[in-house]
Design a protein around this ligand. Structure first.
Ligand SMILES: NC(=O)c1ccc[n+]([C@@H]2O[C@H](COP(=O)([O-])OP(=O)(O)OC[C@H]3O[C@@H](n4cnc5c(N)ncnc54)[C@H](OP(=O)(O)O)[C@@H]3O)[C@@H](O)[C@H]2O)c1
Length: 252
């Protein structure tokens, strides 16, 4: 498959890593559409990319709003007819540093709405478009925070982190990744499904400023998107049901 016939949708593409992924893939020659829950924010992101000479499209897409996801899938089908790559990047954390014994159901549900149910809703509704491409891939932006092995590893950078709602939602999204990958394989569909850990990256994630994140050891956005961009531009499309970061496999 040639790069210029690739059509990629990046959810949460109006800022942070989503925007940087969109920029890198558009620069590589792919047709890129960013999903943005606030269309105006999405439009200004697209304008910034246009100033750099990159033509990227935008679509309104709130992953927690079923009607928004349905409308986006319909619009994409009408405008483009297929999708080659879905990058489930939209994500949010609502529960940093709250003890598991104290966290409210409300916060856990918020974590799951975006990072798990939203990801599943977008994936299910975009699958008809992905099935229309000769080969396709789904990349789920997960996190090492969702790894139970790393949560139990005293040497791990996430050992001391406590965000049980977010971590559980990412762990659940990892299992969805594995099960969907197996379903695609069982049905002989040329669609791969993989999860990525970008590492700790200096964005506005969790309400911190990129500067604050950097002080805590976060890496640059360029480093954070490296593995995702590598997977999104791999036309052999061999990796399936993997969980990786820039250094290789991550323990589930
Ligand atoms: N930064 C890190 O250290 C880190 C580490 C591991 C994994 N991750 C994961 O990487 C992904 C990108 O994070 P980031 O660091 O780039 O964070 P970010 O700068 O906070 O960007 C998050 C993006 O997700 C969007 N979003 C949030 N809720 C949404 C919803 N309901 N529907 C659609 N879009 C929604 C945001 O849109 P608005 O602008 O409208 O809020 C924004 O575009 C997330 O999945 C995150 O969990 C991040």
């Amino acid at each position: 498959m040639k790069n210029n016939s690739v059509i990629t949708l990046v959810t949460g593409g109006n800022r942070g890593m989503g925007l940087a992924i969109a920029k890198a893939l558009a620069a590589s020659g792919q047709k890129v559409i960013i999903g943005s829950r606030n269309l105006d924010k999405g439009k200004s992101a697209v304008e910034k990319l246009a100033a750099d000479g990159l033509k990227v499209d935008v679509i309104q897409l709130d992953v927690t709003d079923s009607d928004s996801v349905t409308a986006a899938a319909q619009e994409l089908m009408e405008k483009y007819g297929y999708l080659t790559t879905l990058i489930n990047n939209a994500g949010s954390v609502f529960d940093f540093r709250i003890e598991p014994s104290q966290i409210s159901q409300e916060l856990i549900r918020k974590d799951f709405e975006v990072n798990y149910f939203g990801l599943i809703d977008v994936t299910q509704k975009m699958l008809p478009l992905l099935k229309k491409a000769p080969q396709a891939k789904i990349i789920n932006i997960s996190s090492m925070m969702g790894s139970k092995t790393e949560a139990l590893n005293p040497q791990s950078e996430v050992y001391k982190a406590v965000a049980v709602g977010y971590q559980s939602a990412k762990a659940a999204a990892n299992m969805f990744t594995v099960q969907l990958a197996k379903e695609m394989t069982r049905n002989n569909l040329p669609i791969t499904v993989n999860a990525i850990d970008p590492g700790m990256v200096a964005t506005e994630f969790g309400g911190a400023t990129p500067e604050q994140a950097r002080e805590m050891g976060a890496k640059s956005i360029d480093v954070g998107i490296t593995r995702t961009v590598a997977l999104a531009t791999d036309f052999e499309n061999k990796d399936n049901a993997t969980f990786t970061n820039i250094s290789g496999p991550v323990a589930w």
